[in-house]
Write a new protein. Sequence first.
Length: 339
Amino acid sequence: MYVGISPVRISFAGGGTDMPEYYLKHKGIVITSAINHFTYVTIHKRNDKMIQIFSPDFQTHTHPINLEKLQAEKGTELPIAIIKYLKYNKGLNLTLSSDVPPQSGLGSSSSLAVNLVNVISNLKNKKKTKTELAETSHYIEKNILHWPMGIQDEYIASFGGFKKIEFEAGKKKVTTVKINQKTSKELQENLLLFFIGSRQNTKILPTQLNNIRNNEEKTLESLELAKELAHTMYEQLKNSDLTGFGKLLNDGWFAKKQFSKNVTNEKIDRIYEKAIKSGALGGKLTGAGGGGHLLLYCEKSKQSKVLNEMTKLKIKQVKFNFETEGAKVLNLYNYANSK
């Protein structure tokens, strides 16, 4: 049995500039970190050439069937596309699961893609580098499944850690954000994460991509600002300026709202305003927008008021820690044979 584990992420700044439609012309940068919530892939090899897929999150189960006859359903499009692309032609039972719900804004789909590519590549004894994992996963999602998306999620799921990732034509650069232990601990203690409901609006990223393709001035200006804020945030973190970091989250959120009119709504704006009035210094939605998780920066002395306000709104806090490791595979066949 093979077990794949891959982290999801929280993106702090620069989201949107990692879309190829943007960075191939203008360059992009994100500040992002893997966190200790994961996607899981479990594979049992079969003695025939049948494929069976279980996806509890989507309540999907495909009965054993030859790969050529396997039809994608909601929740199985990704594994089927990856199995076919990597030309894996042996039988397997495949189970997919995640610590976070679909459309959570934490990059779980791309984490799962990286996870699947990693496990199946290991099954074929053709291990990939971290960069190859990210690039292969993104290619399948973007060019085979035609999902509108950027590429930061695959990179952070593959590499793990707290990173600055820079994108341009023909080049990606992954740099560890070096924060001393005291600052890292304080930053983690001052970050609050809340689940406000899975994103329902599927038009956010397609609209943003169309705006980029059409050189829509407001969107391009907002993305340029998001990029500048990411560069500034990197310097703030290196200099342990957490107050500046918190305020910059707020600036980034207002820039993000200019990407597309669907990024936010009255409910989200109301929740955010109450959080700021209760003592949070800044915050943002963690993904494309329209729902998912709300990240807030709030000093410990002011957190009780924010938490009380979120409780009144019946919004659940999600506790997390930064995660240093990226995608990995446990080969339990080797473990069992070593006993």
